[in-house]
Write a protein that binds this ligand. Structure first.
Ligand code: NI
Length: 136
């Protein structure tokens, strides 16, 4: 079994805000991420698949096709967008990095060829903070 990772990058705005809470409680919980007029993050996205290398190519998957799937179903929908307002698959969810990683998994997984398995969505919100989602 071999693991293959594609790294992508996107910039997006968001706000973390629980409407059931007071402004003070939101600011206490979410800090700068509760800023009323939005703010941005530079996200780094690592998508890892696993599989067996094909006898004829030595690849587990054509990386051009892999890259195209990630771009079409995740990056193009997220880059330079407002996660709370513009992204269909984040509607009604808290736009945390955790929820975003899980949603990206749901968007990408159905489009991968059957001979590979999605292994991990790793999403950096800052250079020092990232989440990993393994589909469970
Ligand atoms: Ni934030």
């Amino acid at each position: 079994m071999v693991y293959l990772t594609r790294k992508e990058h996107f910039n997006a705005a968001h706000k973390l805000y629980n409407a059931a809470w007071s402004i003070e409680k939101n600011e206490m919980m979410f800090g700068a991420c509760a800023n009323e007029n939005w703010h941005g993050h530079n996200y780094d996205l690592y998508v890892t698949i696993k599989g067996e290398p094909d006898v004829n190519t030595g690849f587990i998957m054509d990386v051009k096709v892999f890259s195209k799937i990630i771009k079409e179903y995740a990056v193009d929908k997220l880059d330079h967008k407002n996660l709370n307002l513009d992204v269909d698959f984040m509607k009604g969810k808290m736009c945390s990095t955790e929820n975003l990683a899980m949603a990206i998994w749901q968007e990408i997984e159905p489009h991968l060829p059957k001979n590979v398995t999605l292994h991990c969505i790793k999403l950096y919100e800052t250079a020092r903070i990232y989440v990993e989602y393994f589909g469970e």
